[in-house]
Design a protein around this ligand. Structure first.
Ligand code: SF4
Ligand code: SF4
Length: 263
């Protein structure tokens, strides 16, 4: 078994729904990473801005990092609680972090490959996970601006691990469910965030490559809905924190991956 296959087997054995390998060199020239330095303030709704970090400062990844293991965890419609923001993050992301930690230990101990964790936020050392997932062969960027996978559609969340080893990439793959779809995602949006082409930020000229696959996604308009979701949050299950149930309409309506039963 090749090294990449063994790494993927370890990640899947630890609970990942999907796992794949992308090369760091390919990630550095991917669409989001190329445009990132022109973006202005990248902090989104709910992001705590770290004043110690200058705007648009991409973390300098060590030269020793050659590959990235990308993992995905299914977030099906019938388990919405995986995606509920509870002030500390989401339950789904905590599961992903646990899978990454156990996978890191096993790779270091059994394969003798040095690994390092990534911060979730790009401005703190992370990577654009959707770009990395496409390069790792998970699927494509859909017309709803999300990663779309053959097995789970967009109902999947991502995490990654740096590897100090050249591992053969597992993607990209030929997959495009949007090409013959009636584009349900854009019709269902309560804010009409995907009705027109929009720059990623108003301060930025429109990019032919981003946002999403064709520029028909207005992040600031989508953020209006997210602000409403924050305002409508409530304390549930006798907890002490408000739980935010962010809008997922354009995700749940997507037919991709529903036939597999894995969602
Ligand atoms: S609903 Fe259709 S057009 Fe939208 S992301 Fe899913 S497959 Fe693509
Ligand atoms: S998350 Fe909701 S508001 Fe944002 S683009 Fe999707 S459907 Fe529209």
């Amino acid at each position: 078994m090749e090294l990449g296959e063994r790494i993927i087997e370890i990640a899947m054995g630890n609970g990942a729904t999907l796992a794949g390998i992308a090369s760091v060199e390919a990630i550095k020239v991917s669409a989001s990473h190329t445009i990132y330095i022109k973006m202005g303030n990248y902090a989104g709704v709910g992001t705590v801005k770290d004043d110690a970090l200058p705007d648009n400062q991409l973390f300098t990844w060590p030269d020793s990092v050659k590959s990235v293991l990308v993992i995905g965890l299914s977030h099906p419609e019938d388990k919405p609680e995986l995606d509920w923001w509870d002030g500390r993050g989401t339950p789904g992301n905590r599961i992903l972090i646990d899978i990454i930690k156990r996978t890191s230990q096993k790779i270091e101990n059994s394969l003798n490959i040095k690994t390092s964790m990534l911060h979730y936020y790009v401005e703190k050392g992370g990577i654009f996970l959707k770009d990395a997932a496409v390069l790792a062969g998970f699927g494509c960027i859909g017309k709803n601006n999300m990663l779309i996978t053959p097995s789970n559609g967009p109902r999947i969340r991502l995490r990654a691990l740096f590897l100090n080893a050249e591992i053969h990439p597992t993607g990209p793959i030929a997959f495009d469910p949007c090409s013959d779809c009636k584009v349900y995602c854009r019709k269902v949006c309560p804010e009409n965030a995907m009705d027109e082409k929009a720059p990623i930020f108003k301060s930025n000229a429109f990019s032919e490559r981003l946002p999403g696959r064709d520029g028909f996604y207005d992040r600031e308009v989508c953020n209006v809905r997210m602000e409403k979701d924050v305002a409508e949050s409530a304390i549930i299950n006798s907890g002490t924190q408000h739980t935010i149930k962010y809008c997922r309409r354009c995700e749940f309506v997507c037919p991709a991956g529903k036939k597999t039963g894995r969602q």
